[in-house]
Write a protein that binds this ligand. Sequence first.
Ligand code: ATP
Ligand code: MN
Length: 459
Amino acid sequence: MKRIKAILSEKPGHDVVVKGWVRTKRGNKNVAFIALNDGSTINNIQVVCDLAKFDEELMKQITTGACLSVKGPLVESIGSGQAVEVQAAEIEVLGTADPDSYPLQKKGHSMEFLREIAHLRPRTNTFGAVLRIRHAMAFAIHKFFNDKGFVYLHTPLITGSDCEGAGEMFQVTTMDLNDIPRKEDGSIDFEKDFFGRQTALTVSGQLEGELGATALGEIYTFGPTFRAENSNTPRHLAEFWMVEPEMAFYEVDDLMDLEEEFIKYLVQYALDNCRDDLAFLNKMIDPELIDRLKSVISTEFVRLTYTEAIDILEKSGQKFEFPIYWGVDLQSEHERYLVEKHFGKPVILTDYPKDIKAFYMKQNDDGKTVRGTDVLFPKIGEIIGGSERESSLEKLERRIEELKMDTTNLWWYIDTRRFGTCPHSGFGLGFERLLLFVTGMSNIRDVIPFPRTPKSAEF
Ligand code: ATP
Ligand code: MN
């Protein structure tokens, strides 16, 4: 089976078979022009039908959304916009699409409407482009790490450690919710549950990733993560994909170098390999998209401490919704001010107050800050969260105590610091946040095929 993408770049003069879905049909009494798309490329192939050769009933079935198989010679096209077209000799209608009920007619639909028909939206130009770019970025991620010798580690999706702290978790249980087993004191008896303990869907593969890094040296995970946070924003999903590399012997500067190299590689890969789709999105969705992608590759990211950032924000004279003072967690309005207004390029922020960051981040000597690194991007804010990890058993245990964390289920994590501990670092890149940046789409629900958000799990 040859796909339309390949056929469009062939020389004319031979017979071809094209199969795909009708995007449009137009024409006159004598001839019909059908634009056919098979998803291999944003570009349609034009099928020209001499109406004298075809049955009227057959032609009536060829409407937007119908699926066709067409055989005929590939000829040079006299119309503009394409080099070749198919002169139909045989047409088979594989599947009709009733024009009265098929929802994807020619006119432009709103993103909101398309979310309601997420089962069909991959057939639109926009979602076809987004999903091909999504694939290309997933492939490039594996290529980047494989070329560097990283090991792809599969970390579990069901976890029994409840103190990862990255977000609210979805419980996993097989207990009968109408008849929950209880202990004598009335509390839930999780020993009767499937795993004999309380379990949840993972919010991050990092902790297990660190086990991999302290054995295999350099690993990455790339898989789904789940957060039951009730945040209805254009940048949060309840189910999203995360890339989490973890590297032994990397200190914070090595970490930042890798973060910057990684994102630049992915953006360059998109520019090199997704030209037609990016050109389409640049035209239809975001006229600054390609310029923005190019500018990220050609500039050095700003590296700035949290304390310096607070200083800039305080002196900005800008009215923020959330007040600014040392110790506050930065909101997206602050991050975007730094990236878009102040510097005009991506920023890597470091050395955050320890109280707003996770227990495992390496503590600085000042006793106040930790070696966290957030990479902030234009349009989206935080795209990467990373850190050098605390490698000292004593310091890690003291921090756990300060935070009064229950670590009974984390004994295995703490063992990494007990046996052959080493400096190491890692980060998490939200795959859909990357895709927002690379596609120019503005809502995270539109860069994943079937989004899961509060009150929404259709399809
Ligand atoms: P935010 O402050 O934006 O909620 P976070 O601090 O919770 O992010 P981390 O826990 O550091 O994020 O997760 C690592 C990365 O995963 C983030 O940098 C972001 O790219 C992505 N991410 C986090 N939460 C979500 C979500 N709910 N949906 C999609 N991506 C997310
Ligand atoms: Mn969050």
